[in-house]
Write a protein that binds this ligand. Structure first.
Ligand SMILES: Cc1cc2nc3c(=O)[nH]c(=O)nc-3n(C[C@H](O)[C@H](O)[C@H](O)COP(=O)(O)OP(=O)(O)OC[C@H]3O[C@@H](n4cnc5c(N)ncnc54)[C@H](O)[C@@H]3O)c2cc1C
Length: 246
């Protein structure tokens, strides 16, 4: 990710709701269940300037039977000079997934940028402890890019066989991925993290966890990390990325 220096050390509340229109320039079916779409940015990246930061996301607007729906997606490889970026869609049911499945060059989508931010952990972590799934893969990759010399362990919840082929930006010398097939609505992931993470965080004051799964799993794991493990608030970055069906 082309990261400016401006994001370091600050939490940003960007734009207060600025609107942009993105235009599709291409689409790639990365796996049967994951699609990357490239865009021109409608002025977004110039407006963002130095505020561009890892895990940066936008709110996209989709229409379904005349009703607007807002969905969050993460910028992939933003290139401010070219005014381009990509978005990657984990595909499932839903208006955003349906739009992505058929998106073709020339299509447009409206976006609002609001409330995105990233607080750089200080002191710098010895190891990134990352918990996510295909929806948070773009954010995970942006983190790995932003901390190119920091070792990382990633617990990655998978749903489809094809998830084994997802483009995780692993450096074999630094990064280790632990794939966990989704089962029990996220319970398997919770169990693995509880069993394995504490050994990698002997000192909770300096450990750093980045967590983004479905909302229920995220809440369960952040409760565990904060209350049972004693991770300080500022050493945990956690956000539920999608709501499981009731
Ligand atoms: C900050 C942020 C950044 C995000 N970045 C990305 C991104 O870069 N790429 C990405 O793919 N997603 C990303 N997401 C998640 C995405 O916004 C949600 O998955 C969203 O619900 C998808 O909208 P939809 O219209 O396709 O499905 P919805 O209409 O919201 O849901 C339809 C059905 O699909 C199920 N569902 C929704 N999302 C998922 C999922 N991920 N996996 C399995 N089932 C699901 C729901 O439970 C529901 O049953 C991000 C979320 C946040 C909060």
């Amino acid at each position: 990710m082309a990261v400016g220096k401006g994001w370091e050390g600050v939490v940003l509340k960007l734009f207060r709701g600025k609107d942009f229109t993105f235009t599709v320039t291409g689409a790639e079916q990365v796996t049967p269940d994951y699609r990357r779409i490239t865009f021109t940015d409608g002025g977004l990246l110039e407006a963002a300037g130095e505020s561009l930061h890892p895990t940066m996301w936008v709110r996209l607007w989709f229409s379904n039977h005349g009703k607007p729906h807002q969905r969050a997606y993460t910028l992939v490889d933003p290139d401010p000079e070219a005014g381009t970026f990509a978005l990657e869609f984990a595909l499932h049911e839903g208006v955003a997934s349906d739009w992505a499945r058929s998106a073709a060059p020339g299509d447009t989508v409206d976006a609002t940028v609001q409330g995105t931010g990233f607080a750089v952990p200080a002191p710098a972590p010895q190891r990134l402890l990352v918990i996510g799934d295909p929806a948070s893969l773009p954010a995970i990759n942006s983190l790995l890019d932003a901390f190119p010399r920091t070792p990382a362990t990633i617990w990655f919840e998978t749903r489809h066989d094809s998830d084994a082929d997802l483009p995780v930006r692993l450096d074999p010398d630094l990064h280790e991925i632990r794939r966990v097939p989704r089962s029990g609505d996220g319970a398997a992931l919770v169990e693995r993290v509880r069993a394995e993470l504490p050994q990698l965080a002997p000192d909770v004051e300096s450990a750093y966890v980045w967590l983004a799964c479905d909302t229920v799993t995220t809440r369960t794991l952040s409760g565990y990390l904060r209350k049972d493990l004693g991770l300080p608030r500022q050493r945990l970055n956690s956000l539920g990325y999608w709501r499981p069906a009731a």
